[in-house]
Design a protein around this ligand. Structure first.
Ligand code: NAD
Ligand code: 0WE
Length: 262
């Protein structure tokens, strides 16, 4: 039981395919007490039965595009939890028109602003509001993607936002270290979630991934959840500011082995 006696807030659970759902299930299995935020009423419908199964009755609306909404959600959480032990930030967004076509042609000032606001600044904003309620030896976690450090077709301005999110992870780790609050990120391989479902040629990306990755396959939300549980547990007490890849090894391979075996 990695997370016994830990209270952890989970954001970004849109449906059962969400990475946040795999993380919540693993954390529940490891003994954590959970609370959830959801973006809007529409997504609450999917969340209710999942939270119920994971023994949580704390469901709070939080639209990270609004400071007022973020503030109100932590005030709301405070009614249930006096103190807690960390949160998972599993939120990313860019307008759909930013994620298709040639980077320099499709990227706009407004698209850039929204991608960075929702996908990176929101992590800082949540840490700011959570800080007064966080116990000693808390842990914060976010989800990033390889597009932060290498180009990926169509990922475009989301790659820049993820680069910002990874720097955000390091600056938050430096900032909160004196309070013994750790801050880490998981860089997950591609997974067919709601956010991925609108993406052109995503199936092709999954099959390319399986060809290159040393493990010869993609990863599951459960595998991401297991690493998330470890990073938020006291077993990871010496790890902060780190980007941990959960991608079946894809990021270390320059090309597939296929055709070069003896
Ligand atoms: P998902 O669609 O299940 O989750 C994305 C979540 O972001 C949703 O729950 C949505 O409600 C939330 N969100 C968007 N705008 C918001 C706002 N203004 N306020 C509050 N919440 C908002 O997809 P996912 O793939 O599980 O994505 C979770 C995280 O994992 C994202 O940061 C994504 O970039 C990252 N990630 C995904 C993959 C992948 O291939 N699916 C790979 C690596 C990293
Ligand atoms: O971070 C992500 C998802 C990012 C995402 C996806 C969407 C689609 C719907 C952010 N905003 C939106 N906005 C929408 O309107 N991933 C890592 C998954 C992903 O998305 C891609 C990928 C991969 C991988 C987009 C293009 C290319 C590759």
């Amino acid at each position: 039981m990695l997370l016994k006696n830990k209270k952890i807030l989970i954001s970004g659970l849109a449906n059962k395919y969400s990475i946040a759902a795999g993380i919540a299930a693993a954390m529940h299995r490891e003994g954590a007490e959970l609370a959830f935020t959801y973006q809007n009423e529409r997504l609450l419908k999917n969340l209710i039965p999942i939270a119920e199964e994971l023994g949580s009755k704390i469901l709070i609306e939080c639209d990270v595009s609004s400071d007022d909404s973020i503030k109100a959600s932590f005030k709301d959480l405070n009614k249930s939890w006096d103190k807690f032990d960390g949160f998972v930030h599993s939120i990313g967004f860019a307008p759909a028109d930013q994620l298709e076509g040639n980077f320099v042609d499709v990227t706009t000032r407004e698209g850039f602003k929204i991608a960075h606001d929702i996908s990176s600044y929101s992590f800082t904003a949540m840490a700011k509001e959570a800080k007064p309620m966080l116990n000693e030896s808390s842990a914060l976690l976010t989800l990033t993607y390889l597009g932060s450090v290498q180009t990926v077709p169509n990922y475009n301005v989301m790659g820049l936002a993820k680069a910002s999110l990874e720097a955000n992870t390091r600056f938050l780790a430096a900032s909160l270290g004196k309070d013994n609050i750790r801050v880490n990120a998981i860089s997950a391989g591609p997974i067919k979630t709601l956010a991925a479902s609108g993406v052109k040629n995503f199936r092709k990306m999954l099959s390319e991934h399986s060809k290159v990755a040393p493990l010869g396959r993609t990863v599951t939300t459960e595998e991401v959840g297991n690493v998330a549980s470890f990073l938020c547990s006291d077993y990871a007490s010496g790890i902060t500011g780190e980007i941990t890849y959960v991608d079946a090894g894809f990021n270390i391979a320059a090309m597939p082995l296929i055709g070069y075996e003896e």
